[in-house]
Ligand binder design. Structure first.
Ligand SMILES: [Zn+2]
Length: 101
Protein backbone atom coordinates (compact mmCIF):
# COMPACT_ATOMS: atom_id res chain seq x y z
CA UNK A 1 0.00 0.00 0.00
CA UNK A 2 1.25 3.45 -0.87
CA UNK A 3 1.40 5.81 2.02
CA UNK A 4 1.78 9.47 1.22
CA UNK A 5 3.47 11.55 3.90
CA UNK A 6 2.05 14.81 2.63
CA UNK A 7 -0.49 15.04 5.41
CA UNK A 8 2.25 14.81 7.99
CA UNK A 9 4.14 17.59 6.26
CA UNK A 10 6.91 15.16 5.46
CA UNK A 11 6.16 15.10 1.75
CA UNK A 12 9.16 14.89 -0.52
CA UNK A 13 9.86 14.26 -4.18
CA UNK A 14 9.92 10.52 -3.72
CA UNK A 15 6.40 10.61 -2.39
CA UNK A 16 3.35 10.18 -4.62
CA UNK A 17 3.13 12.36 -7.73
CA UNK A 18 -0.41 13.39 -6.96
CA UNK A 19 0.82 15.68 -4.20
CA UNK A 20 3.92 17.04 -5.88
CA UNK A 21 2.17 20.30 -6.68
CA UNK A 22 1.88 20.97 -2.97
CA UNK A 23 5.60 20.71 -2.57
CA UNK A 24 6.74 24.10 -1.31
CA UNK A 25 9.42 26.06 -3.13
CA UNK A 26 12.95 25.89 -1.79
CA UNK A 27 12.05 23.53 1.02
CA UNK A 28 10.27 26.29 2.87
CA UNK A 29 8.04 23.78 4.55
CA UNK A 30 10.92 22.09 6.30
CA UNK A 31 12.11 25.45 7.52
CA UNK A 32 8.65 26.28 8.79
CA UNK A 33 8.20 23.02 10.65
CA UNK A 34 11.64 23.43 12.17
CA UNK A 35 10.67 26.87 13.41
CA UNK A 36 7.42 25.51 14.73
CA UNK A 37 9.35 22.83 16.56
CA UNK A 38 11.69 25.38 18.08
CA UNK A 39 8.79 27.56 19.08
CA UNK A 40 7.12 24.57 20.72
CA UNK A 41 10.34 23.83 22.57
CA UNK A 42 10.49 27.42 23.78
CA UNK A 43 6.94 27.08 25.00
CA UNK A 44 7.79 23.96 26.97
CA UNK A 45 10.82 25.69 28.42
CA UNK A 46 8.70 28.64 29.52
CA UNK A 47 6.15 26.31 31.00
CA UNK A 48 8.87 24.55 32.93
CA UNK A 49 10.18 27.87 34.17
CA UNK A 50 6.81 28.95 35.46
CA UNK A 51 6.40 25.55 37.04
CA UNK A 52 9.62 26.11 38.95
CA UNK A 53 8.45 29.57 39.86
CA UNK A 54 5.17 28.28 41.25
CA UNK A 55 7.04 25.55 43.11
CA UNK A 56 9.13 28.23 44.75
CA UNK A 57 6.04 30.19 45.62
CA UNK A 58 4.46 27.07 47.08
CA UNK A 59 7.30 26.86 49.61
CA UNK A 60 5.66 29.61 51.57
CA UNK A 61 5.88 28.19 55.09
CA UNK A 62 9.22 28.75 56.73
CA UNK A 63 10.53 27.69 60.08
CA UNK A 64 11.79 30.91 61.63
CA UNK A 65 14.32 29.03 63.72
CA UNK A 66 16.23 27.02 61.10
CA UNK A 67 14.83 28.79 57.99
CA UNK A 68 13.75 25.51 56.46
CA UNK A 69 10.93 26.00 53.95
CA UNK A 70 7.81 23.89 53.62
CA UNK A 71 5.09 23.58 51.02
CA UNK A 72 2.16 25.86 51.68
CA UNK A 73 0.10 22.67 51.90
CA UNK A 74 2.09 21.51 54.92
CA UNK A 75 -0.31 20.84 57.75
CA UNK A 76 -0.03 22.19 61.26
CA UNK A 77 0.66 18.61 62.41
CA UNK A 78 3.75 18.45 60.20
CA UNK A 79 4.92 21.84 61.42
CA UNK A 80 4.43 20.68 64.97
CA UNK A 81 6.40 17.51 64.22
CA UNK A 82 9.22 19.59 62.79
CA UNK A 83 9.26 21.93 65.76
CA UNK A 84 9.20 19.08 68.25
CA UNK A 85 11.92 17.02 66.56
CA UNK A 86 14.24 19.85 65.49
CA UNK A 87 13.64 22.47 68.10
CA UNK A 88 12.41 20.76 71.27
CA UNK A 89 13.55 23.79 73.25
CA UNK A 90 11.66 26.25 71.11
CA UNK A 91 8.00 27.02 71.07
CA UNK A 92 5.98 25.85 68.06
CA UNK A 93 4.93 29.44 67.42
CA UNK A 94 8.54 30.54 67.52
CA UNK A 95 9.15 28.26 64.52
CA UNK A 96 5.86 28.92 62.78
CA UNK A 97 4.32 32.21 63.93
CA UNK A 98 1.60 31.89 61.31
CA UNK A 99 0.07 29.03 63.31
CA UNK A 100 -0.63 31.34 66.17
CA UNK A 101 -4.38 31.48 66.68
ZN1 LIG B 1 13.09 24.45 62.12
Amino acid sequence: MHTCLWREGLHNISCCNRHLRFRPMGGGNGQKSKMARERAQEKTKAAKGSQLESNKKAMSIQCKVCMQTFMCTTTEVKCREHAESKHPKSDLYQCFPHLKP
